[in-house]
Every structure is written in structure tokens, then in C-alpha cells.
Design a protein around this ligand. Structure first.
Ligand code: 6GU
Length: 495
């Protein structure tokens, strides 16, 4: 690969001699030449710039000087001959020449651009200073059939193109075979095609200044390679969600498995079935104005969780009694009840119809077993099954039980990990209110629900009978002691 840099500060490029790139130049992997633009100036002062036509601040680099320089470096025949050649399509076959003009007004240089430029045979950098190069220069070479790329290295302004050229050269050269010692280094890094930032890396000592990886990331030291790979990917997802939401929004849903989706959900992104990309997710306490939407969601999701032996009439009778605006409104208004709702923050096309921004797509209800001033328990709290123990508070004193009464997710969001996030949030909320045991009853045959509860740390402690529209059903009873949770540490923070 041949690299040419044309600049009025050739010394600026000397740093290339020090790096890996310099070594590559030394061994002939890369053929690098730096040219002083003033060589092509004509006057005694070797002038390369003039004042801007139309007025304004600063100086503009002259097209005539640049033209002669670039004709030479691109090895183009005299201007007219070149124009004729371009018109007849007779350009040197088999070699790809690219003219790169670094400018803050260019398209943004990315890893994709670097990968593309790494396939060129020759890249010529035209480094401007001052207010830039006369705009006819890139235009002219484009007309001659030269591939011209005006590239910016980011949204900030530098004094000239030299540093940008250094950046681009380093990014491109390291992709050429033989330049890097270990070719694997280019595979896993940030901005590779996976679309995620690289996971955080660590080395010995395992414990350093109180930062102990054995506690903060035990899986990393497990020696279990599939586990390490999985956890690294989860950390890459968490880091990308935190730092580069724009990259998360561009992830291709088809390349995200169930665990990726769960990790995304825990970091504030949902992937509805059939959606092309993740969408920002919002999780919050329900407000009074959310109640009508919650009733709709509650009545749509309840039948999905019912055993098939129940009739439509029995299910409807149950919903008419328990899933009403009065009941949900009373829960929303009761400080002993935590009603959490999840919604997407953007309109999203999905397999089973679009999800509207702000429409509730999941909810949970936790009811504390606490009496009000009149000695009454909250509405809709089921009798606590005998199998549920209420441990004392860790600091001593009586414990507090709460029923995890509801956790439901819209069918369009199944498989997105939203259930797990709602569960974590319910546990965290219960914990923050001093709950020492969280219990739930769920139909005996609902395997999907049992699995989700087990994933979140619930264990089966017994069974209960539960009436749905006059039909007695057998429920599994499960409990979780939120003792280990840290109420200061949000499981998930909404955006
Ligand atoms: Cl390529 N040149 C200059 N002068 N400033 C920049 C830039 C390039 N990219 C970002 N800022």
C-alpha cells in the first residue's frame, strides 16, 4: 500500500516513524511519502494561500498550487490529457487510488471507512490549513474520475488536516495484513461489526486498591470459557447502553439472542418481536392517569396466563371482579402498593402490530401486608398461604410480607427480557420498603412463569387453591427473601 501526504508541515508527520506504522514502512509493508506543498508554489515567498473570495476571515489554499501537487503525487498526466483519459474511461486498470481530503466539513470517518480504505492501492492525503482548500480542488479530481473522500474525524475543529491524516493512517494501516503482531486484536475490538463497544478488560493483580474482581466479577475467574464469553458480551452491552445509546439503537435485532435481549432490557432497551432494532424502555411507578391504559393491558394479558380448562365466562367474571379501574386506581393511590409500568418511548413496528410510544406493555403489582389507620389491609391482597414464613428484619424486629400480585408482559414483548426487569424492579421496590419476604401464587401449569420466577431467585414453598370465576385452581406458591438486596442500588434506572 502506498500512502502520500501533502502538507505545508512535513515534520508534523514524523511521528509516523516512531509507531508500528513506521516499522511497517521500514519493512516495505507500507510505502509512505510525505511531500511539502511549497515545492509546487511559484513565487519567491512560496505562497500557497490567498484571501477568501467574497470576503471573510482567514485564508484559503490556492487551487493552482494544489493542482500541480496532486497531479504529481497521483501521477496523473498533464491536466488536459487526464481529462481526455477520464472521458474515454482509460484510467490505469487494476489500481485503486483514493484522494482523502481531511476537513471538519467532511463525512464522518468510521471503522467502516477505515476497512474500505485498507483495500486501496494508494491513498493520497491533501492536508489543508487555514480556512481550507479551494473547493474546486476535490471537485476537479472527482470529475477526472479519481475517488475523492472528504473526511472529518469528529465534531470538533482542528487547525489543519495533519492530525486527522495521522488518525486515518493509523486506523487504516493497522488493518493491513502483517502490520499488527496479533491479527486477532482487530477482530474483537470496539467498533467491529458486532456494533458494540469492547467489554472492559482486566489483568493481575486480581485485587487492586480494594477493587476485587473476585467479588465484582467472579465469572471472569471461573475458567469456564462459555460463561466468560457470555458475561463479557453482557458487559459490552451494558457499557454500550451507558455510553453509546446511538449504537444500541442501530443494533440488528436478528443478531440478538434471548440473553442479549435480557441484558438490553436490564440496561433500558427492549426488542419487541419483529422489531428491527432495540427501542428505549421506560420503567416507572404508575400515575393516576396511567390507570385506564393499565386496565386495558391487565385485561389483555390475564387470559394468556389462564389454564385452558377455564371457560371464557369464568375468566371474564374474574376480570370483571378483580381487574377493574376501581381496583387498579385504588392500588395506584395506595402507598402500600407498588404499581410499576413499562412502556416503550418510541412508536415501534412489531410482528403483531405496532407498539405506540407510552402505551403500557408490562406491569407489576406488589402489595404490602400492612394495615392502614383503620386496621384494614390493602384491597385485593390474597390471604398469605401457611407455607410462607415471614423472617425478622436483619436488624431484629418483626418482618414484613408482601404479595407479588401481578407481573404481566404484553405478548408483543415476550422474549425481550422485560419480565426479568419487572421482577428485579418489584424486588428492589419491596426491599426498599422493608419487605422481608415476597411471595406469589401462580397457576400450577404455567411453566413459563415458574421459570421466570426461578431465574429471579424465587423458590417453591407450597401450593394454594385459587378461585377464578367460581372454578378452583391449584397454584404453586413461591417466595423470595429480598434480604440480600441493596435498596440504594437500583437494579435498573429508567431513561
Ligand atoms: Cl479532518 N480537519 C480539521 N481541520 N478539523 C477537523 C477534522 C479534520 N475532523 C474534525 N475536525
Amino acid at each position: 500500500m502506498r500512502l502520500d501526504v501533502v502538507t505545508i508541515f512535513p515534520d508534523y508527520l514524523r511521528v509516523l516513524e516512531l509507531s508500528l506504522i513506521g516499522k511497517a514502512a521500514g519493512t516495505g509493508l507500507i510505502d509512505l511519502a510525505v511531500h511539502d506543498l511549497r515545492r509546487w508554489a511559484h513565487d519567491r515567498h512560496r505562497t500557497v494561500d490567498d484571501t477568501p473570495l467574497g470576503g471573510g476571515a482567514g485564508m484559503v489554499m490556492r487551487p493552482d498550487v494544489w493542482g500541480e501537487a496532486l497531479d504529481t503525487v497521483l501521477d496523473l498526466p498533464a491536466e488536459r490529457a487526464a481529462a481526455r483519459e477520464a472521458a474515454t474511461g482509460r484510467r490505469r486498470a487494476g489500481t485503486r487510488q483514493v484522494l482523502v481530503v481531511p476537513t471538519p466539513a467532511g463525512e464522518v470517518f468510521t471503522q467502516r471507512t477505515a476497512e474500505d480504505l485498507a483495500h486501496a492501492d494508494q491513498v493520497v492525503f491533501a492536508c489543508g490549513r487555514y480556512e481550507g482548500i479551494d473547493a474546486r480542488v476535490p471537485e476537479h479530481y472527482r470529475q477526472l474520475g479519481v475517488e475523492v473522500r472528504e473526511l472529518s474525524i469528529g465534531d470538533y475543529v482542528l487547525n489543519g488536516g495533519e492530525v486527522a491524516a495521522l488518525v486515518i493512517i493509523e486506523a487504516v494501516a493497522r488493518l493491513r495484513p502483517g502490520v499488527l503482531g496479533n491479527p486477532d486484536s482487530v477482530v474483537e475490538e470496539s467498533h467491529s461489526r458486532a456494533g458494540l463497544l469492547e467489554y472492559p478488560v482486566h489483568t493481575r493483580p486480581v485485587s487492586w486498591r480494594g477493587h476485587d474482581l473476585a467479588t465484582s466479577w467472579p465469572g471472569l475467574l471461573s475458567g469456564n470459557h462459555p460463561r466468560v464469553a457470555r458475561e463479557r458480551r453482557e458487559r459490552a452491552i451494558a457499557r454500550t447502553a451507558d455510553r453509546r445509546p446511538d449504537m444500541v439503537a442501530r443494533l440488528d435485532a436478528q443478531h440478538l439472542d434471548g440473553k442479549d435481549r435480557a441484558a438490553l432490557a436490564h440496561n433500558g432497551w427492549a426488542v419487541p418481536r419483529g422489531a428491527a432494532h432495540p427501542v428505549p424502555l421506560s420503567l416507572r411507578r404508575a400515575l393516576a392517569e396511567d390507570v385506564p391504559g393499565l386496565v386495558v393491558l391487565a385485561r389483555r394479558t390475564f387470559p394468556d396466563a389462564c389454564p385452558s380448562f377455564l371457560t371464557t365466562e369464568q375468566v371474564t367474571e374474574h376480570m370483571d371482579r378483580h381487574l377493574t379501574a376501581e381496583r387498579l386506581g385504588a392500588w395506584q393511590a395506595d402507598p402500600r402498593v407498588i404499581v410499576t409500568l413499562a412502556c416503550l418511548t418510541e412508536d415501534t413496528p412489531a410482528e403483531a402490530g405496532p407498539v405506540r410510544a407510552g402505551e403500557p406493555v408490562g406491569y407489576s403489582v406488589v402489595i404490602l401486608e400492612a394495615e392502614d389507620d383503620a386496621g384494614a389491609l390493602p384491597a385485593g391482597l390474597d390471604p398469605r398461604p401457611a407455607a410462607v414464613n415471614v423472617p425478622h428484619r436483619p436488624a431484629g424486629g418483626p418482618g414484613l410480607a408482601a404479595e407479588l400480585s401481578k407481573v404481566y408482559v404484553d405478548a408483543r414483548l415476550r422474549g425481550s427480557g422485560l419480565v426479568d426487569v419487572l421482577l428485579s424492579e418489584a424486588v428492589r421496590g419491596a426491599c426498599a420498603l422493608g419487605v422481608t419476604t415476597l411471595w406469589l401464587g401462580t397457576h400450577d401449569g404455567n411453566r413459563r412463569a415458574h421459570k421466570a420466577y426461578r431465574r429471579s431467585g424465587f423458590v417453591k414453598v407450597g401450593t394454594r387453591r385459587y378461585d377464578v370465576g367460581g372454578q378452583s385452581c391449584r397454584d404453586v406458591v413461591m417466595t423470595l427473601s429480598p434480604g440480600a438486596c441493596d435498596p440504594q442500588q437500583p437494579v435498573w434506572s429508567g431513561r
